[in-house]
Design a protein around this ligand. Structure first.
Ligand SMILES: Nc1nc2c(ncn2[C@@H]2O[C@H](COP(=O)(O)OP(=O)(O)OP(=O)(O)O)[C@@H](O)[C@H]2O)c(=O)[nH]1
Length: 206
């Protein structure tokens, strides 16, 4: 059981057309399709990934970004371990909409915790008509919760594997901190149990 890969549910959200499906497909199949097909509802694929000597099964949920599919995508936010807020670097509006996406996710995932492990992706970094500078996006991430920010290209494969590995590291670290925070809330008269070690064990189970 200890060697079973840990399953992590990662949800990709962001405006229609920013490249969510392309990022997922590039990561899973290694291929890129220049055609545009709007996702209807959600699709999910899995992939086993090793990070720092540990095995994870990433369950990647690609959601439809178009407003008309809102009711189809939001039921799938619950139970997410991590959320990738995605914009396209050549589409400033998709970057401005990240705040709305974050709120939608927290509301429908029923999460109050602002420390939820979001990762922000600026996709299509291969294009020449960049509208969102990296420093601007990094500032937004810093001011909105200290989220990792990664510029990706599903087209030329820039940082595609790296962004999912960052998602894993960030999720594991956030869950570990949550475990430690709940431990520190317990009274100190539990002397015979190493609670911190238990929280760490929990990371490698299920
Ligand atoms: N230049 C470039 N184009 C990309 C990149 N990623 C995706 N595209 C193109 O952008 C378009 C939209 O990509 P999708 O992956 O369908 O976007 P999406 O975010 O899944 O869109 P919805 O399903 O509507 O939410 C397609 O024509 C892709 O080929 C990229 O990294 N660089």
């Amino acid at each position: 059981m200890a060697n079973q890969p840990r399953v992590l549910k990662v949800v990709l959200i962001g405006d229609g057309g920013v490249g969510k499906s392309s990022i997922m497909n590039r990561f899973i199949t290694g291929e890129f399709d220049g055609q545009s097909y709007h996702t209807i509802g959600v699709e999910f694929l899995t992939k086993n990934v090793e990070v720092e000597g540990k095995q994870y099964t990433l369950q990647i949920w690609d959601t439809a970004g178009q407003e008309r599919f809102k009711s189809l995508r939001t039921p799938f936010y619950r139970g997410a371990d991590c959320c990738m807020l995605t914009y396209a670097v050549n589409d400033a509006q998709s970057f401005h909409n990240l705040k709305m996406w974050k709120q939608e996710f927290l509301y429908y995932a029923d999460i109050n915790d602002d420390k939820f492990p979001f990762v922000v992706l600026g996709n299509k970094v291969d294009v020449y008509d960049k509208e969102v500078q990296q420093s601007v996006a990094q500032n937004w991430c810093r001011e909105n919760g200290g989220y990792p920010h990664i510029e990706t290209s599903a087209k030329d494969e820039t940082n595609v594997t790296e962004c999912f590995k960052t998602a894993i590291r960030n999720t594991v670290s956030a869950q570990l901190h949550q475990g430690e925070a709940s431990i520190s809330n317990l009274t100190s008269d539990t002397p015979n149990i190493n609670l911190k070690a238990m929280a760490k064990d929990k990371q490698s189970c299920c």
